[in-house]
Design a protein around this ligand. Structure first.
Ligand code: ADP
Ligand code: ADP
Length: 229
């Protein structure tokens, strides 16, 4: 599972401007892919279409050969984990926030996922550990901490495809790198990981797609792109 193909996909939010222009690419199963390029280029739009937050207006998106417009949204989203740029957590405990959506997981599984997302030690320093409440009436977490909680949730869910949107992330570079590394190590070969990022600082990407003005202007491995430049 996890082979993603965009075939001549176009998308516009309104008549005035086109966000994606006839875009085509293929992501091998299990690959780590970085979508990079200037702000407004279309990276987030690609992730939104893949998650069917919007439907394509022309062209097709295939996952494992199946046109996603023919797949029930519910079953599609079972197979895709999303870590959005601005994670909103429930006003509940850390445990609940990581555990949410996976009723079968044990507390041990939750801790394992938190360790992989590099938030476990931080959680232990909270007043009530995993039972610490967050949100309006609880502890205020930083943007990076919230995102790590969301990452732990996604790791626990263990879907074949994970989308990580850092396109306009306010996180500092060190935090971003740590998160990317944790993901890449966690998900090696099993999971297709698509990271949208404004800079080309993605570690361990198998494939880099440079997205500009709604098109793929360059693609290849890190080495290939450096040799072209
Ligand atoms: P990136 O993720 O590379 O910064 P986006 O996919 O967010 O790029 O944006 C692509 C284009 O679509 C830009 O011109 C942006 O202004 C426009 N756009 C993005 N989101 C919306 C939206 N919700 N409504 C209208 N236009 C949007
Ligand atoms: P599940 O039924 O497995 O909980 P959901 O569809 O509720 O699946 O959500 C899966 C993941 O996608 C969650 O992490 C959720 O925060 C995120 N998500 C859900 N809807 C959206 C959306 N419209 N835009 C971005 N992320 C979303």
């Amino acid at each position: 599972d996890g082979h993603v193909v965009f075939e001549n996909v176009s998308f516009a939010y309104d008549e005035r401007q086109t966000a994606l222009r006839n875009i085509s690419f293929s992501i091998p199963k299990g690959a780590t892919v970085a979508l990079v390029g200037p702000s407004g280029g279309g990276k987030s739009t690609i992730l939104r279409l893949l998650f069917r937050f919007y439907d394509t207006q022309s062209g097709r998106i295939l996952i494992d050969g199946q046109d996603i417009s023919t797949v029930m949204q519910r079953s599609l989203r079972k197979n895709i984990g999303v870590v959005p740029q601005d994670t909103v957590l429930f006003n509940d405990t850390i445990l609940y926030n990581i555990h949410y959506g996976d009723v079968n997981a044990s507390e041990d599984d939750v801790i394992k996922a938190a360790k992989a997302a590099q938030i476990h030690d931080r959680i232990l320093s909270f007043p009530d550990g995993y039972e610490t409440k967050v949100g309006e009436r609880g502890l205020r977490l930083s943007g990076g901490e919230k995102q790590r909680v969301a990452i732990a949730r996604t790791i626990l869910k263990n879907p074949p495809i994970i989308l990580l949107d850092e396109a306009t992330s306010a996180l500092d570079t060190t935090t971003e790198r740590q998160i990317q590394r944790a993901f890449a190590e966690m998900t090696q070969d099993r999971t297709t990981l698509v990271i949208a990022h404004r800079l080309s600082t993605i570690v361990n990407a198998d494939l880099i797609l440079v997205i500009k003005d709604g098109q793929v202007v360059e693609s290849g491995s890190h080495e290939e792109l450096i040799n072209q430049a």
